[in-house]
Write a protein that binds this ligand. Structure first.
Ligand code: FES
Length: 188
């Protein structure tokens, strides 16, 4: 209920939750606003509460995602069997090929940096697992999802959101055959 101006102080007499947003008394409000009064304080409270709820849920989803990725990495880091992944002649100098190790669900990159230097990494970005793309002319691996970058020599992140290095695949070269022997989890 709104009271008119007179001897009264309208602001003081009107409950805070039913004041009009411009502070003027009810008689001076346009008809549409009198017909559809908005409880401004309650409305702002509702908006703040919804925004807080949104922030909490978003943060929770992010934490769960990171936890899940951490769990996957943990299980992938166990002892693994040696597997032949390529022949030396399969990879040209300055190029990379894909393979899977230790299981068919684990995509990796085998990189040949020089005649004798081979490196291999998991090709799943340590941010949110998008596939990384070798850009060997720039000595880096590039994740196009959020512009993450990794140093090709170490697998360490150099730009963008990733914080952990790419898991490195240990190699053994025997004559013409290249074997993956273990997964070495990337350092932060
Ligand atoms: S998934 Fe690679 S930078 Fe986000």
């Amino acid at each position: 209920m709104f009271v008119g101006q007179g001897d009264h102080n309208v602001e003081a007499d009107t409950p805070a939750s039913t004041r009009f947003p411009d502070g003027r008394p009810e008689q001076e409000q346009p008809k549409w606003r009198r017909d559809f009064p908005i409880d401004v304080d309650a409305d702002e409270y509702g908006a703040r509460r919804d925004f807080t709820k949104f922030l909490v849920l978003t943060s929770l989803a992010f934490v769960c995602g990171q936890f899940w990725i951490g769990l996957l990495s943990l299980f992938r880091g166990g002892p693994t069997a040696e597997q032949k992944i390529a022949s030396v002649g399969d990879v040209e100098v300055g190029k990379a090929i894909t393979f899977h190790y230790p299981t068919e669900r684990d995509p990796c990159l085998l990189i040949r940096r020089s005649e004798d230097e081979f490196l291999a990494y998991s090709s799943q970005c340590t941010h949110l697992m998008c596939p990384v793309i070798p850009e060997l002319q720039h000595d880096r691996l590039h994740c196009p999802c959020h512009r993450g970058m990794f140093d090709v020599a170490t697998g360490r992140p150099t730009a963008g959101p990733p914080r952990r290095a790419l898991p490195r695949i240990k190699l053994r070269i025997d004559a013409d055959a290249i074997y993956a022997t273990a997964v070495e989890e990337g350092a932060s």
